[in-house]
Design a protein around this ligand. Structure first.
Ligand code: ADP
Ligand code: MG
Length: 452
């Protein structure tokens, strides 16, 4: 079954790049996906006037994107609340008449923007790119599983979608399933909850084992989730034995995923492991140049360089700033984004950096933001794993960046003894020699603290 919300979200991603930010905010975002009826995606508009305006100006582009994402759909229809019952009725009729095909369960929708050709290759990602391309050329034959790892916003999901898009194009008969690991866990929980007999997860099992290519995104989420690990273990074995391709992504290498069963860890390492690193300045500019093409506006080179300079470690964040300057220029009615406009648009962002004071609090805040924790968490006496490591990293960064006494740092981190501070500092310093993940985090955080 098509998940209508997911489908609409994907379509919106394309629409966003094809119209002005204002139109997108004001018109497209108010639409609510209702159902699929008569091979059309049914979208609910908030009022009659909105419906009329959208029909007049955006219907074609919405329909085109809909068909692009799912070729079984012939387009979109915009309706208002009064028409809801009619379309829902239509949908029910269709559901009754069509017997479910098992194949339908296993079809993933891929983002058409995430292809190999839209992926900019640099030193930081060329290996991962080549590995992904090889897998897309010969699924199940060469590198199985393919395990891609790297920091947030560096292109893991992009590469997985690129594999999906490519295989869909070259081998349309293969069944490809892409799932964020969190969704896999949720589905497993639902399957267990809705069980009436021992065969509770037959449907779940069939869904995941009847595929030719299975892609699990962000596998680090299975840390400590024993049920999910068990399910993935069996799924993995089944697929692997039948030469089906498995692609996995993670924010860290297998050996650094904590609370992971050994039998899974070794399996993840059976095939090829490829990492994606932080792109250098030239690659960042090249990526921005590429993204700039999808905005219908000229963006000066200096602007791209300004953004590439300000954001080093997360491409998604760079794209965010790019959208911001484009949006700003469109509000001003300009057809070129100049450096002046960019400075104006990014004023808050840039000024924040200028008036930036470096002290224990700014470092604690940066660490909190990074790990999604609060200052109270960092300062607390709790020794849970999710707190201990961020806390030690925080302490290490403070000792490393600020030239202040250990006692003062101890006071700032919830009144700790200076020996504790020393221990944390040394522990992380030691980890940095061998632990790639910690290295990546510290590097990332350091650049955020010192530059952003
Ligand atoms: P991750 O899954 O690693 O967190 P994503 O794949 O979601 O990151 O990438 C974040 C954004 O950056 C996406 O919009 C993606 O298209 C873009 N991106 C990342 N790397 C590249 C690249 N090498 N070339 C072009 N775009 C990239
Ligand atoms: Mg991702």
């Amino acid at each position: 079954m098509i998940n209508i919300k997911d489908l609409w979200n994907e379509i919106m991603l394309t629409l966003e790049t094809q119209m002005s930010a204002v139109s997108f905010e004001v018109w497209i975002k108010t639409l609510e996906p209702l159902c699929i009826a008569g091979h059309q995606l049914v979208l609910l508009a908030p009022s009659v006037s909105a419906k009329n305006l959208i029909n007049k100006n955006y219907k074609n582009i919405i329909s085109a994107s809909t068909t692009q994402y799912n070729s079984t759909l012939s387009g979109a229809v915009i309706i208002i609340a009064e028409e809801k019952d009619f379309y829902l009725g239509l949908q029910n009729e269709e559901d009754k008449n069509s017997d479910p095909k098992p194949d339908e369960i296993t079809e993933s929708v891929f983002n058409q923007k995430y292809t190999f050709s839209s992926f900019v290759i640099g030193k930081s990602n060329e290996f991962a790119y080549a590995a992904a391309a090889a897998v897309a050329d010969a699924p199940g034959e060469k590198y199985n599983p393919l395990f891609i790892y790297g920091g947030v916003g560096l292109g893991k999901t992009h590469l997985m979608h690129a594999i999906g898009n490519k295989i869909r194009e070259t081998r349309p008969n293969l069944r490809i399933l892409y799932v964020p690991t969190e969704q896999f866990t949720n589905e497993l929980v639902d399957a267990v909850r809705n069980s009436s007999d021992r065969d509770f997860n037959r449907e779940f099992r069939e869904k995941y084992r009847n595929v030719d290519v299975l892609m699990l995104d962000d596998i680090q989420f299975i840390s400590g989730k024993n049920g999910t690990q068990e399910a993935i273990f069996h799924t993995f074995n089944d697929l692997f034995q039948n030469n089906k391709q498995i692609v996995i992504s993670s924010d860290r290498p297998p050996k650094e995923i904590s609370k992971l069963e050994e039998r899974l860890r070794t399996r993840f390492e059976w095939g090829l492991t490829a990492d994606i690193q932080i792109p250098n300045f030239e690659t960042r500019v090249a990526i921005l140049k590429n993204k700039a093409l999808s905005h219908n506006i000229v963006i000066e080179k200096d602007v791209l360089e300004l953004i590439a300079e300000k954001v080093e470690t997360n491409i998604r964040e760079m794209e965010g700033l790019l959208s911001k300057v484009v949006f700003f220029a469109s509000l001003l009615g300009k057809n070129t984004v100049t450096l002046d406009i960019a400075y104006e648009a990014l004023k808050d962002h840039l000024e924040k950096n200028k008036a930036y004071v470096l002290n224990t609090d700014t470092i604690i805040n940066a660490v909190c933001e990074y790990f999604k924790l609060t200052k109270a968490d960092i300062c607390s006496k709790k020794k849970t794993k999710d707190l201990v490591e961020p806390r030690m990293i925080c302490i290490y960064l403070i000792t490393d960046i600020l030239d202040i006494p250990l006692v003062t740092i101890g006071e700032a981190i919830g009144g700790r003894d200076h020996t504790t501070i020393m221990h944390s500092r040394d522990k992380i310093a030691e980890e940095l020699k061998t632990n790639e993940r910690i290295k990546m985090i510290v590097k990332d955080l350091r650049s955020r603290i010192l530059k952003t």
